[in-house]
Design a protein around this ligand. Sequence first.
Ligand code: ZN
Length: 126
Amino acid sequence: MAEPVVTLRHFFERARAGQLTGVRCGKCGELAIPPKELCPACGERAWQPVPLAGEGTIASFTVIRVAPRAYAADVPYAIAAVKLKEGVSLLGRIVDIPFEKLAIGLPVRFRPLVKDDQTAVGFGPA
Ligand SMILES: [Zn+2]
């Protein structure tokens, strides 16, 4: 099997460099982020990388107060599902927004990966 155009590793490398990258299916046009092996809409594997603006709004959020051991030092922290303006949603860590300001529909902007967590993207104030 050939390597996908944008692997998860590439996705996080690019995110660390400040660029949020999705993949668009060359067969049906479905946009996916983070990258997936096969298109969930048509089952094909014809991904093309697509740079995303990183602007979106909070679709849902939760404040984590009890975390797995690896994140125990970070609590409390907030995780949000962010609906990007391109129409896809991405889960990310909220940074620099007080919990009491969090709200559905709040505009946020992509931040490069959370420090010390190379597998989490961040979202901060728009
Ligand atoms: Zn497709």
